[in-house]
Design a protein around this ligand. Structure first.
Ligand code: CDP
Length: 219
């Protein structure tokens, strides 16, 4: 089987950025598993499925018609033939994704689909449970963290670039709420795999984090 590097961690830890840079550097395929949960959430919202109806949501995940396409070096997400790359990043989709992802049937429905990304020459898998559930045999597992304050600051800077201004206090509250939801759910709660290397990126720049992850891959 081709090698897998798993990068798990909480929202805003920088795992998405690191996973993409790492995949580019290694020439590996990239799996953004969060995008799958977001696409499932968007499909459910579009179909006006009740977000508390576990059976209906599981059905949405099972029949999810989503694929990823690379366009100009950018990963595009296509849902039922429609480009939804930006739509799945909307706040209401983030919130819905978080509830949808808590449903065991949804997670089970998306499991094989994630494993199918494991192709030559290798895979970088970004998510919450890549190292624990989806690729437990991955030879390199990273658990990327950062303090909630730092993650809120990063999110604020990102939003400011887009011309959106939000209070740091509100962002910090959102992050804490999502952390609690991700860590306390019964299905695949956010936690490092036993054999994962934990990297705290608080006060560490992207290049340095990438350097440390590359060192693990090359070790
Ligand atoms: O970018 P951010 O970390 O905020 O979100 P994401 O990685 O795109 O994931 C969106 C949602 O899907 C999160 O609320 C996670 O709880 C969930 N998720 C998950 O349960 N398992 C994964 N492997 C990836 C994401």
């Amino acid at each position: 089987l081709p090698p897998v590097v798993t990068i798990d961690g909480p929202s805003g830890s920088g795992k998405g950025t690191i996973a993409k840079l790492l995949a580019d550097r290694l020439g590996f395929i990239l799996l953004d598993s969060g995008a799958l949960y977001r696409a499932a959430a968007l499909a459910a919202l579009d179909k006006s499925v009740d977000l508390s109806d576990e059976e209906a949501l599981t059905q949405v995940a099972k029949s999810l018609d989503v694929h990823f396409a690379v366009n100009g070096g950018q990963l595009r997400v296509v849902l039922e033939g429609r480009e939804v790359t930006d739509d799945i990043r909307m706040e209401r989709v983030s919130m819905a994704a978080s509830s949808v992802a808590a449903i065991p049937g949804v997670r089970a429905a998306l499991l094989q689909r994630q494993r199918d990304f494991r192709m030559a020459p290798g895979l970088v898998a970004d998510g919450r449970d890549m190292g624990t559930t989806v690729f437990p045999d991955a030879p390199v597992k990273v658990f990327l963290t950062a303090s909630a304050e730092e993650r809120a600051r990063r999110r604020e800077a990102q939003l400011r670039e887009k011309g959106v201004s939000v209070s740091l206090r509100d962002l910090l509250e959102d992050i804490r709420a999502r952390d609690a939801q991700d860590m306390n759910r019964k299905a695949s709660p956010l936690a490092p795999a036993e054999d994962a290397v934990e990297l705290d990126s608080t006060g560490v720049d992207i290049e340095e984090v990438l350097r440390r992850v590359l060192a693990l891959v090359q070790a």
